[in-house]
Design a protein around this ligand. Structure first.
Ligand SMILES: [Zn+2]
Length: 171
């Protein structure tokens, strides 16, 4: 990471959403070619008396197919990440400095996993309750709507199979 920062080059990558397993689990109808476009750039910032700080900027853009909590259809949700991080040497320093730092802190580790950081940010950027601004008309699935509207803040995803079971009974 230090060398990466010294070179000052930006990484421009595209990573299939399927490769980000935790994120992929949140999606519905993920296309094989769905990808997150991301850019990472590190830089050194001098600090008096000590080694230069290594900072990292991460920016990403993706469109993630989530389950609309009103109609249970797929809602293509744009997700963006734009975040600065500062590297610190140890977990202890990160814990100690986290409160007074506006930027996020990352621990400098040999096995530092940039994709895991990217995935964390994307997961945090997902809406809690994904929903169409206006749901497409899908009469078949609207039976479950009343139940779902009753507890909009539960944050719990209705089980799609439960909804299907309900439809069966009411037919
Ligand atoms: Zn919807």
């Amino acid at each position: 990471m230090q060398a990466f920062a010294q070179e000052g080059v930006a990484l421009n990558e595209s990573t299939p959403l399927q490769n980000l397993e935790r994120l992929a689990q949140e999606t519905q109808g993920l296309q094989p070619d769905s990808a997150v476009k991301w850019q990472a750039r590190a830089e050194l910032r001098p600090r008096a008396g000590v080694d230069d700080d290594v900072w990292l900027h991460l920016a990403a853009e993706a469109t993630v197919p989530l389950t609309c909590q009103r109609c249970m259809g797929v809602v293509e949700t744009p997700v963006e990440v734009d975040q600065w991080y500062r590297f610190v040497a140890t977990e202890d320093i990160a814990m100690a400095e986290d409160d007074q730092s506006e930027e996020d802190l990352l621990v400098m580790e040999p096995q530092f996993d940039l994709l895991a950081v990217l995935e964390d940010e994307l997961l945090m950027a997902l809406p809690l309750v994904p929903m169409h601004e206006q749901c497409p008309v899908t009469p078949k699935l609207q039976v479950g709507e009343a139940d779902m509207a009753a507890e909009p803040d539960s944050g719990k995803k209705p089980n799609p199979f439960a909804v299907l079971a309900q439809l069966k009974v009411k037919k």
